[in-house]
Design a binder for this molecule. Structure first.
Ligand SMILES: Nc1ncnc2c1ncn2[C@@H]1O[C@H](COP(=O)(O)OP(=O)(O)OP(=O)(O)O)[C@@H](O)[C@H]1O
Length: 476
C-alpha cells in the first residue's frame, strides 16, 4: 500500500492543486409544495465580487477571464444588464463570453457547452433564456430548464429572478414535486424543473409547451445518461416543439455521453475542454491515508475544527451512512446537518437554505448535491467515501469526483478537497482519478496531525484572505 501511496503522492508545502467536479444524482425524493418565485424563501446568494476578481479576469488562461471587457459588448438588453450590475457581475467569464454570442444569435442554434465547475455556466444560459422571452406574454411558457435535483432547480430559479429582477412581468415557476397547483397549472414564461415532474405536468395538460422556444439541460451528461435520467429527458423532448433551441451544459461530457448529446442537440455549436483542463486551479486536492475504514470516522472528527472555519460538505455513498455519521458526530458533541433524497421536500429546502446562509456549517450528503450547488462559503469538501460507479461499484467515478470537489473553489475562490482512502481498492481508485486528470495530489497522514493541520489551514486561511492570495493561485 505504501508503494501505491508513493505513486500517487507528491507532498508539497504549497498545496495548490485542483479539479473541477461532476456527480450523479437525482432529486426524486418525496417532495412538498413550495411557493414559486421570490416567495420561495430561497436565500439569495451574496454576489460580492472581491476587488481582485478583475485581476483574475485579465489572465487570459483563466476560465474566469474573457476577451471582452463588459457585458454591454455582448449586446444584451438594458433590463438584463441592469440585473447583472445589481449582482456586481462586472465582466463575463470565458464561457459567458464564448457561448453567449452563439446562443443569442438568430436563427437560434443548438449548443453543447462545457466549462469548469464554478465558472458561470448558469448565468450564460440564464442570459440566453431571458433574451429569448417575450415578457408581454408573462404566463405563456417560453423556456424550459431541466436540472437533476430539486435543489439545483430552485437555485437556477433564484438566479433567473436575480438576473431578471428588472425585466417587467417576469414569472418563473419551479416544476418540482408539489410546487405547481393542480387548479392553475404552469403559469409562467420560464419553467425550471426536474424531468419527472415536468413530464407529469405535460401529460396532465397542466403545462402548455406549444410555444416553448428554448430548452436548457443543465448537468447534461448526467441528465442524458441512459443509466440515469436519460429516458425521462428524451420523453420530455419528444413532447416539445421540433424547432426548439437546445442548450446542453456541464463541466463534464464523457465521450460516450457526448456522442449521444450530439444526437439530442443536432448541429450544435460546441465548446469543449480536454480532461486535463477540467480542474479548477483554486482547489487544493489532497487525500487522507486512513489506516482502516473504521479509522475514517476518527479522522473526520479530528478535522472537524478545520471544517467549521468556512463551510464544508462531506460526501458519503449512501443515505444510511450519512445518517449514521450524523448520529455519531452529534453524540460526540459536533454540530452537523444531513441532507439526502429520503428527506421530504420542504425539509430539504430548509436544510439547504440553512447551509447557504451559514446557519449550519457542516453538511453531510450523498451524490444528490454533488452537482451544481453554488455556496461560495464552502472552503472544504470531504470525500468520506470515494465516488465509485458501475456494477458492484468497481470503477472510480471520475465525473462525480470532479463535480463533488467543485462545490468549493467557486468563481476564483480557493478551497480544499480531501478524499479518504484506506485500502487497495480506494487507493487504486484515487490513483486512477489522479492519472485521468493529471493531478498532483497532496498526501495527508493521520499520524502526523500537525502537518495535516498546517497544510489544510494554509489553504483555508488563504481563502479567507483571498484578495491577496487568489491571483497567485489562479494565475500560475
Ligand atoms: N461574470 C461573473 N462575475 C462575477 N461572478 C460571477 C459571474 N458569473 C458567475 N458568477 C458567480 O460564480 C459562481 C459560480 O457560477 P455557477 O454556479 O454558474 O457555476 P457553474 O459553472 O454552473 O458551476 P457547476 O459546474 O458547479 O454547476 C456563482 O456564485 C455566480 O454568481
Amino acid at each position: 500500500m505504501a508503494d501505491l501511496a508513493s505513486r500517487i503522492s507528491k507532498p508539497s508545502d504549497t498545496p495548490t492543486n485542483d479539479a473541477a467536479a461532476t456527480g450523479a444524482d437525482n432529486g426524486n425524493g418525496t417532495e412538498q409544495p413550495i411557493d414559486d418565485g421570490i416567495q420561495s424563501g430561497l436565500i439569495e446568494p451574496t454576489y460580492e465580487v472581491e476587488v481582485k476578481l478583475s485581476d483574475l479576469q485579465t489572465d487570459t488562461d483563466n476560465p474566469l477571464s474573457s476577451g471582452v471587457s463588459s457585458f454591454e459588448e455582448l449586446g444584451l438588453p438594458k433590463s438584463i444588464l441592469d440585473g447583472l450590475l445589481a449582482m456586481n457581475f462586472k465582466k463575463p467569464s470565458k464561457i459567458q463570453e464564448r457561448a453567449l454570442p452563439l446562443m443569442v444569435s438568430d436563427p437560434p442554434r443548438n449548443m453543447i457547452a462545457q466549462s469548469q465547475s464554478g465558472t458561470g455556466k448558469t448565468a450564460a444560459f440564464v442570459l440566453t433564456v431571458l433574451s429569448r422571452v417575450d415578457f408581454n406574454k408573462p404566463t405563456q411558457p417560453q423556456a424550459l430548464l431541466l436540472a437533476p435535483s430539486r435543489e439545483l432547480a430552485r437555485q437556477i430559479q433564484g438566479v433567473i429572478q436575480q438576473v431578471g429582477q428588472f425585466c417587467e412581468n417576469l414569472i418563473v415557476n419551479a416544476a418540482i414535486p408539489g410546487s405547481i397547483s393542480r387548479e392553475t397549472g404552469v403559469k409562467a414564461s420560464i419553467v425550471v424543473g426536474t424531468p419527472g415532474t415536468v413530464m407529469d405536468l405535460i401529460r396532465r395538460r397542466q403545462f402548455d409547451v406549444s410555444q416553448l422556444k428554448v430548452l436548457v439541460i443543465d448537468e447534461a451528461d448526467n441528465m442524458l445518461d441512459q443509466q440515469g435520467l436519460g429516458d425521462q429527458c428524451i420523453r420530455v423532448k419528444g413532447m416539445l416543439p421540433r424547432t426548439i433551441q437546445i442548450l446542453l451544459f456541464s463541466a463534464t461530457f464523457p465521450d460516450k455521453v457526448m456522442s449521444y448529446a450530439r444526437k439530442f442537440a443536432p448541429n450544435a455549436n460546441e465548446i469543449k475542454l480536454r480532461h486535463q483542463e477540467l480542474t479548477v486551479k483554486g482547489i487544493s486536492q489532497m487525500y487522507m491515508d486512513c489506516p482502516t475504514e473504521a479509522d475514517k470516522y476518527d479522522v473526520l472528527c479530528k478535522l472537524y475544527g478545520l471544517m467549521t472555519i468556512g463551510s464544508s460538505v462531506i460526501f458519503v455513498r449512501t443515505r444510511e451512512s450519512a445518517d449514521e455519521i450524523q448520529r455519531r458526530m452529534e453524540a460526540d458533541g459536533h454540530k452537523v446537518s444531513v441532507l439526502h433524497g429520503a428527506y421530504e421536500g420542504q425539509n430539504r429546502d430548509a436544510l439547504l437554505d440553512d447551509f447557504r446562509s451559514g446557519r449550519s456549517k457542516v453538511l453531510i450528503t450523498t451524490n444528490l448535491l454533488a452537482r451544481g450547488i453554488d455556496v461560495s462559503s464552502v472552503s472544504m469538501v470531504i470525500n468520506y467515501d470515494i465516488p465509485m460507479k458501475g456494477a458492484g461499484n468497481k470503477e472510480p467515478d471520475m465525473e462525480t469526483y470532479l463535480h463533488r470537489i467543485g462545490r468549493t473553489g467557486r468563481f476564483g475562490r480557493v478551497g480544499v478537497s480531501i478524499t479518504f482512502v484506506f485500502d487497495r481498492k480506494s487507493f487504486e481508485a484515487m490513483k486512477a482519478i489522479a492519472d485521468h486528470y493529471e493531478l498532483d495530489l497532496v498526501q495527508l497522514r493521520p499520524d502526523d496531525w500537525d502537518a495535516t493541520e498546517e497544510k489544510v489551514q494554509q489553504v483555508i486561511k488563504s481563502s479567507r484572505a483571498r484578495p491577496d492570495y487568489a491571483p497567485n493561485v489562479l494565475g500560475n
